[in-house]
Design a binder for this molecule. Sequence first.
Ligand code: NDP
Length: 281
Amino acid sequence: MTVMIDGRQTAAKIRSELAKKAEVLKNQGITPCLAVILVGDDPASQVYVRNKKRAAEKIGIETKDLHLSAQTAQSELLELIDSLNDDPSVHAILVQMPLPKHLDENEVINAISPKKDADGLHPKNLGHLFMNEPQALPCTPRGIMVLLAEYDIGVAGKNVVIIGRSNLVGRPLAAMMINVDATVTVAHSKTKNLPEIAKNADILVVATGRAEMVDQSYVKKGATVIDVGINRLPDNHLVGDVDQASVTGVAAYLTPVPGGVGPMTIAMLMQQTLELAEKSK
Ligand code: NDP
């Protein structure tokens, strides 16, 4: 039997706790505020931004909506970030990725004050994570760690295989797993014999952006499979990077898509905003 890990329910529980924290902060005279910058009109990014703003409002986090045209110059975007860095009413800054091609994403991430780094992707914060002195953390990997804890899935001493080495997911997740004593393998598109390596995993995390790539030939019986992928098929259907039908019955635990890692990413963004607001005191 495969237990489906319910990210929606876990995220809802976290959000209700966060709403109480937001109330406490407000009573102390701090209204937590997340500035959300969206450049251009990418429909998927618009949906992500709308969902994040909705989640914030429900918790009692104020949002500052900054929608810039697709033609915005790098210098203009950097100036906006600078002004938000200096604005004491803003506690966290999120720049929705991907940015239009003419903009330099790394320079933009670097420009955000590490103290207002909602997504936890600033090199300084990634450095703290790698030194096991975590400050602001990347939201998707953090959400995965919280989901595992919620389902009492131990990590210490386990073989963890992460397929995908992006700065957003794979690399920071590897650091988080090492920090809690897992034995970690990070695989990518150049990895040889991937199914064989993946089959060693007690916990297999898949973040490739390749729809339903991982089937049961990658999964050890009784493993935990975390599917990070979000892929929209031509028929508008959402699927993960794992072939859920194939893996069901082999894995002991599996995250569904949608309703697994996705809601946790947003919950962690909210948690981080409140933590940054609290630290601003
Ligand atoms: P990237 O495209 O940045 O990275 C993909 C990684 O997967 C790369 O390291 C790449 O290897 C590797 N890869 C690609 N194809 C293969 C393959 N055939 N075999 C092995 N490795 C492969 O993606 P992201 O990390 O940003 O996102 C991954 C997925 O997670 C996407 O579907 C995205 O939509 C989703 N996502 C979901 C979130 C959520 O909240 N649920 C949040 C963020 C992302 P190489 O480095 O060699 O190119």
